[in-house]
Structure formats: structure tokens, C-alpha cells
Design a protein around this ligand. Structure first.
Ligand code: F6R
Length: 619
């Protein structure tokens, strides 16, 4: 939520900062702004709306100078407006601050600062920061920032400049990500790696309670007590092209089409000579053998991956397993202890609720294993062990490739634990691994079948749009499934809600008769995941019940299933034949594509849906 950037060097800062912000726009996109120093003058440009609005403004009124900061906002305190957009200034307009996070004690601080004579102009929590820095300033901006952060409560990553010290750029972090990009005669600050990749592949990840002072030649890191910290830079081993659309109309579509390749890479990297390895996992086999239960905690799509994980872990690794959404887990008194393995799942590795849940579990003595995509993220660093999904940067706000990569890691972890705990016969595990390795090719076939220029799901989506208007917007979606594909029903509904703004519910099909069936008439479109499985016949009965009440059925079925055609379904989507256990990896694809094409039919902004942000770093 919110992206911050900073630049110090010899080049003009404006275009560098704007390009960096465009790489972070996935973090928030309701307003944006820059502050740049030239000589002893600081100038500001801030606009409500997407980055393109600011681009237009800067065209008319460019900002000159080689030291600057920028921000792209996802509002928490105060509506999106030019005034509430960052950067924010102190009373004299000398200090500018861009902030990602929430200052929890801002009201108390604001009241105090107002009493001391400080004038506020925005409704944001952020504005207390430049005023606090102003209060503590006596000629050294780094020291004033250090004193200011000591009184802040909440989460923040900040970038700060002072008009009178134009050769310095200061950053600080507590619970929101901040990295330093190391250039040659120039340096960068940013919330995330893609923002600096056009200029450097060498970065330093700041830790919590660290402050950094950048000049164009030097980088000095200190803790909040002022003690020097030495940190080796990390080398980024992926390319900026991976954070670009590569010919696809949207990032989401590109990311959907990357999935077969990603899953293939995961399996290649982790399975060598018939055995599975998690080389970066710092939890030993003997510790894993001893665990008595698994608690999986995550949010949104990552939670759905965790729910799928429960089905496989219980069936094959025979460990009792429960799954919670992070925001619920963190506020109850969870029964986790040192015999519990807590698995936290997070694409970004920065989700505030998941991070808090992780800390809560550690406080109870549980071992925490993270399944994470972003290297060096807070969740990855604070867990006892991490397994990276290596899905590459996921830019579209709606998660797709991170989801299937998380599923792939759960499959491997299940087989690994089952072998370790001897809960399944080696021959059975070998056969399952062999079948799993076949899945990326099947995903590839499926993606080829539904390739963008000729997509059946696009036609279904157009059909839905027409029907939606005919029914005066009364139609909606239900997603039904059973067993290991039930989380996919939740995920399909979530994808549709978040990018197409259509009401959608996911249900275990067996629950229909306990209430939701009352919704069925000719209005809803019901996506029934009816792939060949042990519950296939039950799903078919559910389809009949829906058809008997005039519902419109889209069936996701196994290729070659003739029986399904006898049930009067309206639309058919076929997936290749695969073991039921692994079918979620295939079923996910048409669900993602359906949401994508419905959103596209309605002309929505698919990569940046309203009200959302990619990385939810606030509660
Ligand atoms: C949905 C989506 C969100 C995230 C959720 C957790 O498409 O992207 O529901 O899955 O915000 O985010 P991470 O995985 O970064 O913890």
C-alpha cells in the first residue's frame, strides 16, 4: 500500500522518480506526487488520480533538480485529493516526506504539534512526520529524522529531504518495506525492487528500525539509537523485462500465461533425481518430524492456497491442519505451541495481518515456515524458515501466478513431509511426484487451448455481459466445488469480485441445500467445478438441482467427459485429465481467465482495480 521512491545523483530527478513510481503503481494509484530540490528551492507537484494525471501536470510545469522523493498513494487517512497526496511538508516548506504505512498515534501528536504552533493542511496521518522533523531539526536532517521516528507509533517507510541539505536523502523503516538501490555516483530509495531495476541490480534491504542516509556517493545505515550498521548488498537475479507486459494487453494476462513455465521451474529446481529439496529452509527434518499439527495462516488468494494445502497435507502427510485468515488469527487466543508448525503464505511477504499473525505464533513458541514470493521481504526474514515460490514479480493486483506457485510448493511440501513421516508408501509418493511433474505440460496445453486471440472464455464473458444488461444487472455468480477444488471456488469468486466488480460467492457444493439454493432462479450464473474425482457424482447432482431451478451453468469438466453433456449445462470448459489431487492447478486457469474476460468485457481497469492495492501493509 503506497509506493515511495527517492533519488540523489547528478541526473534530473523528475523522470527517474516518475519511471520508478510507474513500477510501483501496483501499490496504490489514487494520487501521486513529487518533491524535488534545486539549489535552495524545493518544488512540489501532487495530483489526485493515477500517475498519468501527474505526468500531464509535470509536462506543463516540470520540476528541475537532482535530489527528490516521490509517492503513489492508496488512501488510509483522508480522501484522495491533491492536498492529501504526498509528499507532505513542514510549516516552512523546507522538509518533504513521502510515507507508506499508518501512524497510529498521529492524532495525539497532531494535537501536541498544533498547540506548539504547527499548521496542518491535510487530513492525513503522514503530515505529523514533517512537522515532528521540523521540531527536532537543528542543522542535521538525519538526526532530526532519527528523533522523530522515536516518537512515532505504527508502521512506516519514509523518504525525507530538506531544502537546506540538498545533498542528502534520508529513509527510515518500521514494518513497511524500504530498499536502497546502489548506483554509480547516484543512489535510490524505494518500496520495492522493480522501482530501481532500470538503474541497478544491487540493493540493500533495510531492516526494521533502521535509518539510511544517502548522498550520491555514500550510503550510511544506522539503527534508531544511532549505531552504525554494516550490510552487504544483495544481487537481484531477475530482469526488469519480467516486470513489463511483454506484448500482453495486461499484466494479469501475462501472469496467467506464465504459469506453466513457473510451475515447471519450481518442480525442476526442487526435485532432483526423484527427491525433493528445500535448500533455503532452515527448519531441520528432525524438527519437522516432531510437529503435531500445522496451522496455516494467510489472507485472500494466499489463504485459498493454504486451504488447498490442508486437503493434501492431511490426506498424505497425516498431520492435523487448520487454516485461518490472518486478521482473525491475530486477535484470538490461538492454540499454537512449540509442537505446531505455522505456515504463513504471502506473495508480497509484507501483508500486515500475516506478519502480525506470524509474530503472535512465534510468541506462543511455534516454528514458523513462510511460503513467500518476494525475496528478503519482512515475512521471509522474520520466519524460522522460508520456501520461496520464485514466481517472479507479480504486478497485476489480482494474484494469479503466485497462487499456482503457492499450490506447487504445498504439493512438494506434502510429499516431502509424507516421506519424512513415513505416512505414505514410497512407491505411492514416487507415482504422485511423477504425475505432478506432468502438470506443467498440461497447464501449457490448457493455456494454448485458451490462447488470447481465440478464447472461448472471452465469448462466455461477452454472453454474460449481454445477459447482465438484459436482467437489469440482477445477475451474479456462484462458484461451487467439492473437496480439494472447493478453495478454487472461493478463489474464482474472489477473482471475479476484485476485477469485474460482480457479486460472486464460492461455496462447497454440499452446502447449497443449507441455504444458498434459495438464490437459484434464472439470474445467477453458476460455475460448477465438476472434474473427474471421488465426488464427481455428487457435483453432477448439484448441477441437476441448479438446472431444475433454471440456473445458468458453466461446467468445468475433464476433457472427454461425455456424461456432463447430458445435464443440459449452458457452457462447458474442459481441462486435461489429471489426478484429482493435482487438478486445482489446472482448474485455476479457466477461473482466472473467466474473471479476466468478464472484467475486460465491461471495460474495467484490470491491473489496477478500484480500492485495492497489491501489497496490504496496513491492517
Ligand atoms: C487477490 C489478492 C489478495 C492477496 C492478499 C494477500 O487477488 O491478490 O487477496 O492474495 O492481499 O497478499 P499476500 O499474498 O501478498 O500476503
Amino acid at each position: 500500500m503506497c509506493g515511495i521512491v527517492g533519488y540523489i545523483g547528478d541526473r534530473e530527478a523528475q523522470n527517474i522518480l516518475m519511471k520508478s513510481l510507474s513500477r510501483l503503481e501496483y501499490r496504490g494509484y489514487d494520487s501521486a506526487g513529487l518533491a524535488i530540490i534545486k539549489g535552495k528551492k524545493m518544488r512540489l507537484a501532487k495530483k489526485k488520480g493515477k500517475l498519468s494525471v501527474l505526468v500531464a501536470d509535470l509536462k506543463a510545469n516540470p520540476l528541475e533538480g537532482s535530489t527528490g522523493i516521490g509517492h503513489t498513494r492508496w488512501s488510509t487517512h483522508g480522501v484522495p485529493s491533491d492536498t492529501n497526496a504526498h509528499p507532505h511538508l513542514d510549516c516552512k516548506g523546507k522538509i518533504a516526506v513521502a510515507h507508506n504505512g499508518i501512524i497510529e498515534n498521529y492524532l495525539e501528536l497532531k494535537e501536541k504539534l498544533q498547540k506548539e504552533g504547527h499548521k496542518f493542511i491535510s487530513e492525513t496521518d503522514t503530515e505529523v512526520i514533517p512537522h515532528l522533523i521540523e521540531k527536532f531539526y537543528s542543522g542535521d536532517i538525519a538526526e532530526a529524522v532519527r528523533r522523530a521516528v522515536k516518537v512515532l507509533r505504527g508502521s512506516y517507510a519514509i523518504a525525507v529531504i530538506h531544502r537546506d541539505e540538498p545533498l542528502k536523502l534520508v529513509g527510515a523503516r518500521c514494518d513497511s518495506p524500504l530498499i536502497v538501490g546502489i548506483g554509480c555516483g547516484e543512489n535510490f530509495l524505494a518500496s520495492d525492487v522493480p522501482a530501481v531495476l532500470d538503474h541497478t541490480k544491487e540493493v540493500i534491504y533495510l531492516e526494521n528500525h533502521e535509518l539510511v542516509v544517502l548522498t550520491k556517493e555514500h550510503i550510511t545505515i544506522k539503527d534508531f539509537e544511532g549505531r552504525r550498521i554494516e550490510r552487504k548488498p544483495s544481487k537481484i537475479n531477475w530482469d526488469i523485462s519480467q516486470a513489463e507486459k511483454g506484448g500482453y494487453k495486461h499484466f494479469m494476462l501475462k501472469e496467467i500465461y506464465e504459469q506453466a513455465h513457473i510451475i515447471n521451474n519450481i518442480l525442476d529446481e526442487r526435485c532432483k533425481k526423484g527427491s525433493i529439496s528445500f535448500h533455503e529452509l532452515e527448519i531441520s527434518d528432525s524438527e519437522l518430524e516432531k510437529i503435531k499439527r500445522i496451522a496455516i495462516v494467510a489472507c485472500g488468494t494466499a489463504y485459498h492456497a493454504g486451504l488447498t494445502g490442508k486437503y493434501m497435507l492431511e490426506e498424505y502427510a497425516k498431520v492435523p491442519c487448520w487454516v485461518d485468515v490472518s486478521s482473525e488469527f491475530r486477535y484470538r487466543d490461538p492454540l499454537v505451541d512449540k509442537e505446531t508448525l505455522m505456515i504463513v503464505v504471502s506473495q508480497s511477504g509484507e501483508t500486515a495481518d500475516t506478519l502480525a499473525a506470524l509474530r503472535e505464533a512465534k510468541r506462543h513458541g511455534a516454528k514458523v515456515l513462510a511460503i513467500c514470493n518476494v525475496l528478503g521481504s519482512s515475512i521471509a526474514r522474520e520466519s524460522d524458515g522460508v520456501i520461496y515460490t520464485h514466481a517472479g514479480p507479480e504486478i497485476a493486483v489480482a494474484s494469479t501466478k503466485a497462487y499456482t506457485a503457492q499450490l506447487a510448493i504445498f504439493y512438494l511440501l506434502t510429499l516431502y513431509l509424507a516421506k519424512l513421516r513415513k505416512t505414505a508408501a514410497p512407491a505411492k509418493l514416487g507415482a504422485l511426484l511423477k504425475e505432478l511433474k506432468r502438470i506443467p505440460a498440461l497447464m501449457g496445453e490448457l493455456l494454448e487451448e485458451y490462447r488470447p486471440e481465440y478464447n472461448l472464455l472471452a465469448a462466455y464473458a461477452e454472453g454474460f455481459k449481454k445477459y447482465y444488461h438484459e436482467k437489469h444487472n440482477k445477475t451474479f455468480f456462484l462458484y461451487l466445488a467439492r473437496n480439494i477444488n472447493y478453495p478454487n471456488a472461493l478463489e474464482g469468486a474472489l477473482k471475479l469480485k476484485e476485477i469485474a466488480y460482480i457479486s460472486a460467492e464460492g461455496y462447497p457444493a454440499g452446502e447449497m441445500k443449507h441455504g444458498p439454493i434459495a438464490l437459484i432462479d434464472e439470474n445467477p450464473w453458476v460455475v460448477c467445478i465438476a472434474v473427474k474425482s471421488r465426488t464427481y457424482d455428487k457435483m453432477v447432482s448439484n448441477i441437476q438441482e441448479i438446472k431444475a431451478r433454471s440456473g445458468i451453468v458453466i461446467a468445468i469438466a475433464t476433457e472427454g467427459d461425455k456424461e456432463i453433456l447430458h445435464h443440459n449445462i449452458n457452457y462447458l470448459v474442459e481441462i486435461p485429465k489429471a489426478e484429482e489431487l493435482f487438478s486445482p492447478l489446472l482448474v485455476a486457469i479457466p477461473l482466472q481467465l473467466l474473471a479476466y474476460y468478464v472484467a475486460r468485457a465491461f471495460g474495467y481497469d484490470i491491473d489496477q482495480p478500484r480500492n485495492l492495492a497489491k501489497s496490504v501493509t496496513v491492517e
